[in-house]
Write a protein that binds this ligand. Structure first.
Ligand code: C2E
Ligand code: CA
Ligand code: CA
Length: 658
């Protein structure tokens, strides 16, 4: 993965939640700013209106001083005082001259004039305009510009900090001295301006409405965020859930595995990566249906899950394959544990024996790439082959090299066929009666442009696995037909040459026709071509095998059974299959089998084959004693290093004068 997938999931998590959260924060900020601005503007407006109103009253008081010089002081005072009564907001009146020296006060008190008042501004005053207002307590200064009052911030703070609202009593009181220049004097009028709760009623209702709306909006938004969070969680859960087992899936296995291995950095525990697969799962599905197959996997998962310890991970991979990251102390103990896991799996369907292939990779310190480790475990398992048996294979470096080699072979094989890199080698079969050439076997060699000479055991098994063997065998058959046709045209004496027909061919019902078509292109008699098949072909479609052999023999080809006695040998197959030649496997002449018992079997097999009218070829014969023994037993032909190794066609033609 998966790193890019992992990244995408992480991005998905963030992507789905953060925009909502950010959106919410942004909307809240905008709301707060708008509210504050609206509050500020409407508050300012209310206060401003109040102040202007009271200023107008103060100006009236100040105007009484217009005739200050012509009227007597007492008269003025009387007038002022009478007006003060009428103007409820005016508390005190004081007069100072242009140098700010107090002239008169209605109460005998004078305001403390703050130094911040611009004296020049006062002295410049010629008309009846209010230029400066001074708050009594705090000596705050309000400057009036072009009829607008610009309150200073601190003063406003005072106003709004009054928090006890009472409908009848003002919740704030602003005391302001208004300095009004009149006839060369500054008349100062102290205003006591009450601010009532009602003044802000509309504003408060608006604010409450807004708060209500925002709360509704917030609740809605929060619900949608919670919904998104749950949605994301659900989606993530789905992403990490295996559709068949309902448990952890492969992505999560990789994630958890990597984090476990990372945490285990100091090597507290030893880990083994295990690939476990049920053998013949496809056959199970064919017999019982895919649904039953999936139920089986689900039960397997549950059974394995029960066996998992802390700090171990399990996930279903595909088909009937599972990945396990297990903690272990010793390899032997690990094998025993895997055995017990297999037992637990077998208990899922009592009465039915199921087989499992297990590949194990022992994780080395510092290794964390879960996919790579699992790949190693899979390679180990692949090396076990397809047999229906419980087997465990531990990964080793050689397996990896083998895998790399397989990759190379697969990359190069098509090109090799086109470039004729596959070459025919011939190994003679010598008759025991007169020690002359009685036949030959065609064996392939790969002359690779960079790897050089490659023997068949390094690529045939790979081709058998990937199906390329079908093309190669056709190629070899065609080559032999072509060579034989060439020799025939040259008037040489022909001996039968056998070609190997891999087991994989026996899936096609028209195999005999296919072989005839290839050979007939070269117009050679079928009798000079022998087809070697192995007994293992019996294990596939027996009907196809029997039919094909029959058709080939009817067409004049001779058919031989290769490697008789190796592996699956059964005399039974001789009963059903009518063939022309029996090739006794080289193993009879090797190791322990070369002893008396082995030779006894060989002589019995030869006798039996004779009775069945078969020719006998002994393979892998390396010594004179073996030749003598086989001659004595009336074996027909001998193929082995004793006479010659497989050799290039030209060398063969020269040496045996065909
Ligand atoms: P095979 O068909 O059993 O071929 C006989 C193998 O035994 C050959 O190995 C041959 O070189 C070897 N041999 C012969 N005499 C002796 C001996 O005295 N001592 C020893 N130690 N070995 C001897 P080779 O050529 O390496 O082929 C190995 C196998 O590869 C063949 O076994 C056959 O199964 C497969 N093979 C080779 N060519 C082809 C082909 O064109 N098509 C298919 N399907 N398989 C092929
Ligand atoms: Ca052979
Ligand atoms: Ca053989």
């Amino acid at each position: 993965m998966n790193k890019s997938k992992e990244k995408r999931i992480k991005k998905f998590k963030k992507k789905r939640i953060w925009p909502s959260v950010l959106g919410l924060i942004l909307i809240l900020c905008i709301f707060i700013v708008v509210m504050a601005a609206a509050l500020w503007a409407s508050g300012m407006d209310i206060v401003q209106r109040k102040l202007l109103d009271s200023s107008r009253k103060s100006i009236k008081v100040a105007e009484l001083f217009a005739d200050y010089n012509s009227e007597t002081e007492e008269k003025i005072i009387q007038t002022v005082l009478s007006h003060i009564d009428a103007l409820e907001e005016i508390e005190k009146v004081a007069v100072i001259d242009a140098d700010r020296v107090p002239v008169w006060s209605s109460t005998g008190e004078y305001p403390i004039i703050d130094a911040t008042i611009d004296i020049e501004l006062l002295s410049e005053i010629t008309e009846k305009e209010i230029h400066v207002m001074i708050a009594e307590d705090k000596e705050q200064v309000f400057i009036i510009e072009e009829g607008e009052i610009v309150p200073n911030e601190d003063a406003l703070e005072d106003i709004f900090s009054a928090s006890e609202f009472d409908a009848s009593a003002p919740f704030a009181q602003i005391k302001l001295w208004l300095v009004i220049p009149v006839n060369g004097l500054d008349v100062m009028v102290l205003n006591d301006i009450p601010i009532y709760f009602q003044d802000f009623l509309t504003m408060i209702v608006c604010i409450l409405l807004c708060i209500f709306l925002i709360v509704i909006f917030l609740i809605y938004y929060l619900i949608s965020i919670i919904g998104t969070v749950f949605g994301v969680r659900k989606t993530i859960k789905i992403i990490y859930t295996d559709m068949v087992t309902g448990g952890d899936n492969w992505l999560l296995f990789i994630r958890k595995g990597a984090s476990l291995l990372k945490k285990n950095g100091k090597r507290k525990q030893k880990y083994a990566m295990v690939h476990l697969e049920m053998r013949k799962y496809r056959s199970f599905c064919t017999c019982f249906g895919v649904n039953k197959g999936q139920e089986l996997i689900e039960s397997f998962y549950a059974a394995l899950k029960k066996e998992m310890k802390r700090n171990e991970v399990l996930a279903h991979q595909e088909n009937a394959e599972f990945g396990l990251l297990l903690v272990y102390a010793e390899a032997a103990e690990l094998e025993a544990r895997i055995d017990s896991l297999e037992k637990a799996l077998n208990a899922v369907l009592p009465g039915m024996k199921m087989y499992f292939g297990v590949g194990v990779y022992l994780v080395q310190p510092g290794e964390r790439d879960v996919e790579q480790l699992y790949n190693n475990a899979m390679i180990a398992c692949e090396m076990l082959g397809e047999e229906a048996e419980n087997k465990i294979a531990f990964f080793d470096v050689e397996m990896n090299n083998q895998k790399i080699w397989e990759r190379k072979v697969e990359d190069d094989m098509d090109r090799a066929l086109v470039n004729r890199e596959f070459q025919v080698y011939l190994q003679p079969k010598i008759s025991t009666s007169d020690e002359v050439l009685g036949g030959a076997e065609a064996l392939v060699r790969w002359i690779h442009p960079t790897e050089g000479f490659i023997p068949p055991n390094r690529f045939i098994p790979i081709f058998e696995k990937n199906g390329f063997i079908l093309k190669l065998d056709d190629y070899m058959l065609e080559e032999i037909a072509r060579i034989q046709a060439g020799w025939l045209a040259e008037g040489r004496k022909l001996v039968p040459i056998s070609v190997n027909v891999s087991r994989a061919h026996f899936t096609r019902e028209d195999l005999a026709e296919h072989i005839c078509a290839i050979v007939d292109k070269y117009q050679v008699p079928h009798s000079v071509i022998e087809l070697e098949l192995t007994e293992s072909a019996f294990f596939d479609d027996k009907k196809v095998l029997l039919n094909t052999v029959q058709k080939l023999r009817n067409a004049g080809f001779s058919v031989s059974m290769d490697d008789f006695g190796a592996g699956y040998s059964s005399l039974n197959s001789l009963k059903e299959l009518q063939i022309d030649v029996l090739k006794i496997d080289a193993d009879f002449f090797r190791g322990a089998d070369a002893e008396e018992r082995g030779l006894l079997i060989v002589s019995e097999v030869i006798e039996l084959a004779k009775k069945l009218n078969m020719k006998i070829v002994a393979e892998g014969i390396e010594s004179r004693e073996q030749v003598d023994f086989l001659t004595e037993q009336e074996c027909d032909l001998i193929q082995g290093y004793f006479y010659a190794k497989p050799m290039p066609v030209a060398e063969f033609a020269q040496k045996y004068n065909v």
